[in-house]
Design a protein around this ligand. Structure first.
Ligand code: ZN
Length: 308
């Protein structure tokens, strides 16, 4: 077994409001699909990853922001962080375990326990910046994992590949001035969060794509923009902001990707990881809101990661 599957029960208890698309059923849909496809037999399980510590969070978030989130966490009911993002009494724990899962994944991969790992966590993270939540995100899970790989494991080059249909603006804000981190984000543009298309930097590769982008057009962009960037940077680990909301059945956005495209993306990243990163990949769930499409897409992603 060379693929870990990391999740925590409290990630199912965070609620952002009735009818909110970022719902606990997303993780149930993934779980159902993995059972149906008999994939669990091929995965190394971690069901109780620890919470991220304050030290972990302060590598990527301002102390005042961390204090604000701890202070605002409700004992009952719900508090709204912004129009899209809310906390219930379980959200703080869920957010800490989500970031903690991504950190645990880095530790397991770096110590050679597994080659790669998928973190089935929520709330997602890539819209959370140094001092703000955003777009359903509280703490930036993939950024916490990246900072941990740099600080605790002494890596000097890593890449974050964000294939969620939305630009990973929080992650970009956090690592904008850190050339050790290659940031690659493919996203629908113009679209929420309405930024990223004009970023120019040696280590930020943003690939804005129009509404209606097909699998073929997406693959061409990935092959010509993303792969050469990975080749140049030679990351020692590749982290994925794995969002599946570009699926054609997902009406959160307007890409026309299907499961086979997510498997293809995964295989491309695995080839880059094989060349430079000793096969090290940590994939962290971001978006994906059509429950059926999400379950099937994650199954295709994990199947590829596990080499099945
Ligand atoms: Zn998204």
């Amino acid at each position: 077994m060379h693929t870990a599957y990391i999740t925590h029960p409290v990630c199912q208890r965070h609620l952002a409001g009735a009818g909110h698309p970022e719902c606990p059923e997303r993780l149930s849909a993934i779980d159902d699909r993995l059972h149906a496809a008999h994939l669990y037999d091929h995965l190394y399980h971690f069901h109780h990853p620890p919470q991220a510590t304050r030290e972990h969070l302060l590598r990527v978030h301002d102390a005042a922001y961390v204090d604000r989130i701890f202070g605002i966490s409700p004992a009952a009911g719900q508090v709204q962080l912004d129009p899209d993002t809310a906390m219930n009494p379980h959200s703080l724990s869920a957010a800490l375990h989500a970031a903690g899962s991504a950190i645990e994944a880095v530790d397991e991969v770096m110590k050679g326990q597994v080659q790669n790992a998928f973190c089935a966590v929520r709330p997602p993270g890539h819209h959370a910046g140094r001092n703000h939540p955003g777009g359903f995100c509280i703490f930036n899970n993939v950024a916490c994992a990246a900072a941990h790989a740099l600080e605790a494991h002494g890596l000097t080059r890593l890449a974050i590949v964000d294939f969620d249909v939305h630009h990973g603006n929080g992650t970009e804000e956090i690592f904008r001035d850190d050339p050790r981190v290659l940031l690659v984000s493919t996203f629908q543009h113009p679209f929420y969060p309405h930024c990223g298309a004009d970023t120019t930097s040696d280590h930020v590769v943003n690939v804005p794509l129009p509404a209606g982008t097909t699998g073929q057009a997406y693959r061409e962009a990935f092959a010509t923009r993303v792969m050469p960037a990975l080749e140049r940077h030679r990351p020692q680990i590749i982290l994925l902001s794995a969002g599946f909301d570009g699926h054609r059945e997902d009406d959160m956005a307007h890409f026309n990707l299907v499961e086979a495209d997510y498997a293809w993306i995964t295989e491309q990243v695995m080839a880059a990881a094989r060349a430079h990163a000793s096969d090290h990949i940590v994939s962290v769930l971001e978006g994906g809101y059509n429950l059926n499409a999400l379950g099937r897409s994650v199954a295709a992603h994990i199947k590829a990661l596990a080499g099945l």
